[in-house]
Write a protein that binds this ligand. Sequence first.
Ligand SMILES: [Fe+2]
Ligand SMILES: [Fe+2]
Length: 251
Amino acid sequence: MNKNRRQLLAGISIAGAGFLLNACRATQTRTGSATNEEHKNEGPPAPGEVAPVEVTAAEDLMREHGILRRALLVYQESVVRLRQDPASVPPDALEKTANLFRVFGEDYHEKRLEEVYIFPALKKSTNAAGSYVDILLAQHMRGREITNYVLSMTKADKIPSNSVEALAKALESFVRMYEHHAAIEDTVIFPAWKGTLGEGEYDDLGEKFEGIETEQFGGDGFETALKRMEEIETSLGLANLDMFTAPPIAK
Ligand SMILES: [Fe+2]
Ligand SMILES: [Fe+2]
């Protein structure tokens, strides 16, 4: 892809969530976070179509982490390739991954959900998990700095050769931070947050999160991000799950 076109696409991506939806709006399925309410007038799924699944607020947040973990895998694999053969890492695949992290992870999952609904509620509560909040916020900020850096390093058609190791180190430290960040949120923060909510409040917030997702992305952001992530994995030869099966122990 020529540089102007890549810059244009990157600009669209940064400007909003349009990039997530442009490619996938036409092929959107009825899977994902759609509620039973939204689908109650629809007939049974067509052959090959998956029935809609209702997800709760914490499930929603955790499957968003699933998308982000897939982006982290791309970063992790890129670190190895950058150190072995920098030319084997196409900058636009890294740029697309960083854009997805920005639009879906930072601008939506972090800024619209965690920082508005989850962290303030935990801070106000007496739950010990509230003590994690300042660190988690600092990690969001550091993550955004690293995403800016990755985007700046992948603008051109080639990663500057004198920046290859610095980029590898930045990706490596980001993966290490965010893997643990998401794991603490999944195992400590989200369950504690759920515990702060009154009866019915949790269900209402599940509906609210779906509304925010639709407003932010103009549709099902999760499904679209998932397709986008699959495209990136395929372009890098990372789409085959079995290639990650650990080898047997040597005897
Ligand atoms: Fe977070
Ligand atoms: Fe999170």
